[in-house]
Write a protein that binds this ligand. Sequence first.
Ligand code: PLP
Length: 342
Amino acid sequence: FLAKNTPNFHELKNDEKTIRLCFNENPFGVSPKALEAMQKSLSLSSMYDFKFADTLSAKLADKNQLKQENILVAAGSSFLLELIIKYVSLNKGHFIIPDPSFTIFEPIGEFLGMSKTVVPLNEQKRIDLDQMKSAIRKDTKLIYICNPNNPTGDLLSRTEIESFIKSVPDNIMILVDEAYIEFTNQRSLSDLVNTYKNLVVTRTFSKLYGFAGARLGYAIGNPTLIKELKKLQSWSGAEISVTTMAGAIAALEDQEFISKVLDNNQKVKDFTMSEFQKRGIKTIPSSANFVYFSLDNYKDNYFKKLKDSKILGGKTYEQTGKWTRISLGTMEEMKVYFGAIS
Ligand code: PLP
C-alpha cells in the first residue's frame, strides 16, 4: 500500500526537514494524553493483557451507544478490512468496489478466489451507488463504500447510504469504511448495525488520534457478525500492543487535542481550497483531512517541485486526467507546500 500510494516512497524518512503530506496522518502527532498513558504502560509490555482490551472495547461500545458484542478491535482498520474480505471469501464469490478508493483488500480477495467489479466514480467524482447496484450478481458477497472516500474526500449522506442498503439483497455485506468520519459533521452509521445485519462499519485511530504507527482500528457490526469475524482472529485482539491500547483509552478522553486537530483541519482546508482556486486548479469539495485536485492546469513538473522541497505528496489517480491528493498538514506546512509548487 505504501509503495502504491506515493511515488517517492524510498525517500520516506522522519528527518525534520521532510514534510509528510502523503498518508493523511495527523500533523500534530499522537494525542498528548495518549502519549503519556503509553509511556506509563511501557513496563507492562512483558505481560499478556486482559484488562486494557476489555476497557477499550467497553469505551468504544459506550461511545457508539452500543454493546461490547458490537465491537471488534484490531491493530488498525486495514487489518479489519482484510479480515472481512477473508470472511466473505470463504465460499468464493464476487465483490464490488469503487475506483479510485481505499481498496487495500482487493488483491487478497482475488488471491482467495473471488472475482470483482470495479465501478468508476461518477462525473462529480462521487461513489456511484447506482452503478454499484447494477453490478450486483447472484454471487456478490461484499460491497465496499469508503465514506468520506479516499482519495476524493467526497461524503455520501446517511440517507444515500441507508437507501442503498435497503435496496440491495440483505445477504450482501455492506462494508462502510469511516476512517475519516470524525472530520465531517455527519454521524457514523454505527447506530444502524443492529437494524441492518449486513452492515459493518470500520473506524480507525490513525487519523484523528494520530495512531497511524501505533495501529488501532475497530469494526462495528451486529453481534452475530462480530462473533463470526472473531473466528478468523486466532486470539481475538491479541495482535494489539498493551501500549497502544493504553494510549487509545486515554486518546478518547483528550478533548483538547481533538478540538485542536479538527479546528486546524478546517482552517487549513479553507486555506488550501482558496490557494488552489487562486491558481485555477480544480478541486473536489473535501469532507476529510486531504484534498483531491487536478493537475490539468498546472504547468510545471509538480512531483519534481515536491521532491526538490522535500515534501512527500500523493500519487496520481485515474487513467484520464491527472488527479492527485494532498494531505492537510499544519498551516505552516501548507504555506511551505504552496510556496514550493508556486
Ligand atoms: N481506510 C481508509 C479509507 C484509509 O484511508 C486508511 C489509511 O489511510 C485506512 C483505512 C487504514 O487505516 P489503519 O491505519 O487503521 O489501518
